[in-house]
Design a protein around this ligand. Sequence first.
Ligand code: FAD
Length: 582
Amino acid sequence: MIDAQHSCDVLIIGAGGAGLRAAIAVAETDPKLKVGVISKVYPMRSHTVSAEGGAAAVIKSDDSLDHHAYDTISGGDWMSDQDAVEAFVNEAPKEMIRLEHWGCPWSRQDDGHIAVRPFGGMKIERTWFAADKTGFHMLHALFQTTLKYDQIQRFDEWFVTKLLEDDGRCRGAVAIEMVTGKVHEITAKAVIVCTGGSGKVFPYTTNANIKTGDGMALAYRAGVALKDMEFVQYHPTGLPFTGILITEAARAEGGYLLNKDGYRYLQDYDLGQPQTKPVLRSMELGPRDRLSQAFVQEQEKGRTIEGPYGQYVHLDIRHLGEKIIQSKLPFVRELCLKYENIDPIKEMIPVRPVVHYMMGGIHTNINGETSLKGLYAAGETACVSINGANRLGSNSLTELLVFGNRAGKSAAEFALGQNGTGYAVSSQASDEAIRIDREFLRKTGGKEKIADLRKEMHACMEEGAGIYRTEALLKKSQEKVMELQERFKNLRIDDRSKTFNTELVGAFELSYLLDIAETIVQCALHRKESRGSHQRKDFPKRDDENFLAHSLAYRKENGIPEIKYTPVSITRWPPGERIYGR
Ligand SMILES: Cc1cc2nc3c(=O)[nH]c(=O)nc-3n(C[C@H](O)[C@H](O)[C@H](O)COP(=O)(O)OP(=O)(O)OC[C@H]3O[C@@H](n4cnc5c(N)ncnc54)[C@H](O)[C@@H]3O)c2cc1C
């Protein structure tokens, strides 16, 4: 049975950058609207806090909104919806300045202008930053701003297990209050999902352990399509064991990538950049997908280095000297010292490509609306799509602001047009409480362990749905994921306690991850072309005739999602070759 009931006008699931920006947008739209914000961790621990590099928005006089739009669209290999990109680049600078007014300390030049740094794939410098702790400062500014509004009520360390639906509308959610284990029903006129990405489907990732695709899976289970799930971004420079990100700033400052012979191997690859002089300076700042693909090719040539956690190459920043490393890359040094026990002033950093970002997510329109009335999504969990087949570094943090704001406003308007709160969802919520008991806490006879299933999922996703894919490998992964879904039904939970039952939460997270895995594999199988981060060895070319379209994955009971396609919105930039310059 449900332990308690609550109600609000707009319920936001997730308190990262997107969730908090949406909460402010709702509160600003009408002070009468009661806003609920649920987060499975304390808001400041959301993954947004770990972003280092920066957030993109046009600010320099030699830049233009069209340049930003074009870089985003060509970087996304023409899979971005151009109407969404136009709205994004246009609203981005305003959002960034608002954030400063809310207290975000953007780094500045000596003359007081906003300082910007280069980022891979951007022709003109437009990445704003707050030292090398951009996400921390952005999240802090948003968090403290939400504290101004009495109508925002937080449910920290609550874990959502289900969306409630009635009469074709989303009416709220069920959540476990982790400190007590109590199950709560929270009804709402509109719900915004802002639960972040799902990098934990893969073994090596920059993503925090909490990035398990919960909101994507919840929407998918509620019948909403997941869009473009085959597009998974690898970041070329993560630490081999932990996956901890070594920021692109290390290469922007002049770091080299070296193979086992100490050779800057990127010069042998087509990175989609014009080969202007001095070539050797810019190649490390090529797009992330191309750099990650070059790593695999080096590995196949036997030119990478064997380590305890797989193959790796070296990132060398020694030549930058102690002064630059200490002043511009102090966090890189700190991470290397703490997690690899090496000092990058004197030693080379071992790195490998690691999963970084999901371009795909909950299918929304430009205002964050989904196909389920009353359900909205924003941030990494959503796919609007501005990121297409490959996201440009530093567009994501800005996306949280622009589309968090848009989703918040449209959910607020929707809620204002609804009457009453007495929805017929209490029996659903009670059923969910019973399910939690039956399938997990009181279940007997289960044999499977979370860690085993997760390990096997990781291995099959890396092997079949990693940087390069083929039909045969994808099919193998698909069968494996279906097998794991079946075995999940036989899961055993040893911890039966109520207080902070992290094993129970881990079981839910694994179930979400398996749903995400099945959509990634099925979308990748269907897309018989190579585009951006999706590289098929058996279909190495881009095929605009058949695949200039977003894939939509719908859940089916047999564990094989149905795939449909919807056109990409093209406004002013017809598909062309993907070329980057700097
Ligand atoms: C290491 C790292 C560095 C990055 N650097 C950059 C960068 O420099 N520039 C850039 O543009 N992008 C960067 N990114 C990407 C960017 O930071 C993320 O895409 C973005 O922060 C995601 O924000 P979000 O609000 O969508 O989700 P998150 O910040 O991940 O927040 C998700 C929220 O959902 C909540 N939640 C999830 N599931 C549940 C559930 N079941 N119940 C209740 N609550 C739930 C969580 O508690 C959390 O509050 C980086 C990413 C990483 C991993």
